[in-house]
Design a protein around this ligand. Sequence first.
Ligand code: SAM
Length: 196
Amino acid sequence: MHGGNTISLLSKYWKYNRRVFDIMNTALNLSPRPATMAMKKTGKKNIVAVEVGVFYGDNARSILRTLDIEHLYLVDPYKTYTCGGFEVKIDDKILKEAKRKLKPWKDKISWVHKYSDIAIYEIPDADFIYLDANHDYEFITKDLSLYYPKVKVGGILASHDFKCFHLGVIKAAVEFTNIHKLSLNAEPDDCWMVKP
Ligand SMILES: C[S@@+](CC[C@H](N)C(=O)[O-])C[C@H]1O[C@@H](n2cnc3c(N)ncnc32)[C@H](O)[C@@H]1O
């Protein structure tokens, strides 16, 4: 078989499985992530939330389904980037799919198609900020220090991929909480801090 055919087959297989995964996710209403559950447990209503790094919109949808959201800001430039030395290809199809998925909540979301350090100027103070963009140490360190001031007192700043595969996230979160004397909560694969 030619290499081109193999790639085309693999690509069809991936698209098919992505769709199956999506349908299963919808049908089973798979569990929200630990940081989202921590926010839910605060009992807060009319939550202003931010997700930095949206990709296919799966976690954004979970946040919208789980929390009493007044408004959710979605920060993502949808541009190919490098993380852990690997290039992560991002294209318009991914954005299109995310928009399709989040359409039922179109009145409750705002897209900010900018890098996190530029988008910050368009982000209001929020109850819940979930960081899941570039996981390299320098990026997550910057995101933590830029977005922490935007969290309201009693609100939550969280990061995804707090795990061995992303040591930069662990290092940045531990350093940040030490500097600011905050408690760091962690449950696979999230970590979060409550602003005192
Ligand atoms: C791991 S994916 C996000 C997954 C998503 N949060 C979820 O769980 O469904 C990372 C996303 O971050 C975005 N991204 C990468 N660098 C970024 C940056 N500097 N600022 C904002 N978003 C960024 C990418 O475009 C990509 O869509």
